[in-house]
Design a protein around this ligand. Structure first.
Ligand SMILES: Cc1c2[nH]c(c1CCC(=O)O)Cc1[nH]c(c(CCC(=O)O)c1C)Cc1[nH]c(c(CCC(=O)O)c1C)Cc1[nH]c(c(C)c1CCC(=O)O)C2
Length: 385
């Protein structure tokens, strides 16, 4: 286990995820590192995407870029990597093709193809570079903000492994579920086992919070979601503590689940063993708060498209969103409802801020004004009776 890191100067996100009342809502941005930042292209310098992930110096530099760029605005760093490193650890070849995205030269098209996967995965050997990058990044962050680790969730990874790329139709992934359900479960279980191992080792290397990305959740209806998604998401949260304990970690590590598009599953996700549930923009914040009822912290859920709007629109939407999450002082982490996009203007992304929350003293002042207002209202009521 990696040790000897600097103490955290900003642990806002960890406190919010633990359900503590915080002085202002913490914020990070999905895909905060990457192509919309000019400095990303400078460091990447035309290199292959996975090559940059595997180079600890480069990956750590790219991870820290948004923290430096938006100095003081972002309360967590997320390690620069990809959800598709689990298929790689299972023995599949994955390429990242410019202008096209992820591509698997040999996708799994029938149960026979399961034989191509490694039966046992030594995660410390297959993804050693990821752990090296995490440890180095944590050192370089020097306690500025917590470092998040992550992985892809089983159904989302099954979809990539069977389709061989991102998909609109999910023809092959659905064929697996409805033609080969038994073998689909076998594959989902194998991915789940590797995911748990991978997450635990990320913590051992220095990750302080984790997120599980079920980005294709919304491709399934509620019944299939329970069978092919939720069952495995619950296993991940349930088995992670024991895996962490095996590595000598007994401290509680906050874990977030993001099941994009699965609005119908919010109630069940709040009982799935996660500390935080990340929401896309299809949720109404106030409704989500009501459903969660304090069981978890909620994260999100700004439409990333707002970034293309005016300065005023961004500010108004951020304020509207935070108001919907009860003012954001408890059980809330600001984020987009999905990742940044390469065409986004970093200056626009930097407008994701709520002026009233930027300084603790302003926060204190507004709190005092509220209390005073309540007292005035109370005395007014009394004088009326
Ligand atoms: C589905 C998914 C993937 N990868 C990821 C998801 C889940 C989140 C989501 O739903 O978006 C997760 C991911 N991918 C990346 C990160 C790094 C950390 C961060 O968020 O800043 C994270 C957390 C970097 C990346 N991952 C990728 C890039 C772009 C690579 C490049 O520079 O060419 C980055 C910065 C590549 C990638 N990887 C994947 C896609 C669809 C793409 C984009 C393909 C394209 O649009 O060309 C798979």
């Amino acid at each position: 286990m990696a040790t000897g890191f600097a103490p955290l100067k900003n642990d806002l996100i960890l406190r919010a995820a633990r359900g503590e009342t915080v002085e202002r809502p913490p914020m990070w941005i999905m895909r905060q590192a990457g192509r919309y930042l000019p400095e990303y292209h400078v460091v990447k310098d035309g290199r292959d995407f996975f090559e940059t992930c595997r180079d600890a110096e480069i990956a750590s530099e790219i991870t820290i870029q948004p923290i430096d760029h938006f100095d003081g605005l972002i309360d967590a760093a997320i390690i620069f990597s990809d959800i598709l490193v689990i298929p790689q650890a299972l023995g599949m070849e994955v390429l990242m093709i410019d202008g096209k995205g992820p591509s698997f030269p040999h996708p799994l098209r029938s149960p026979e193809d399961l034989k191509k996967l490694r039966t046992t995965v030594d995660i410390t050997k297959e993804l050693d570079w990821a752990f090296t990058a995490i440890t180095l990044t944590r050192k370089k962050l020097n306690g500025r903000v917590p470092l998040l680790g992550f992985c892809g969730a089983p159904w989302t990874l099954l979809a990539y492994m069977t389709e061989g790329s991102g998909s609109k139709m999910f023809r092959y992934a659905k064929e697996w579920l409805y033609r080969y359900p038994k073998e689909s479960h076998e594959l989902l279980q194998r991915i789940t086992d590797v995911a748990i191992d991978f997450l635990a080792h990320q913590v051992a290397a220095g990750a302080q919070m984790l997120q599980v990305f079920e980005s294709n959740g919304g491709e399934l209806g509620p019944v299939e979601f329970d069978e092919f998604c939720l069952y495995y998401l619950k296993q991940i949260s349930a088995k992670l503590p024991a895996k962490l304990a095996e590595l000598g970690i007994t401290e509680k590590i906050p874990v977030t689940v993001f099941a994009k598009g699965s609005w119908y599953a919010l109630d069940k996700l709040c009982d799935a063993g996660y500390d935080c549930v990340s929401l896309d923009w299809l949720h109404c914040p106030a409704e989500a708060v009501k459903t969660a009822n304090g069981r978890v912290a909620l994260q999100g859920n700004m439409d990333p498209g707002v970034i293309y709007g005016t300065k005023e629109a961004i500010t108004a939407k951020v304020e509207q969103m935070i108001k919907g999450f009860n003012g954001g002082k408890k059980n809330y982490i600001i984020n987009l409802g999905h990742g940044t996009q390469p065409m986004m203007d970093p200056e626009q992304v930097g407008r994701l801020r709520v002026v009233g929350y930027m300084t603790p003293s302003l926060y204190k002042l507004s709190f005092e004004l509220i209390i005073e207002g309540l007292q005035v209202a109370k005395s007014f009521n009394i004088s009326q009776t």
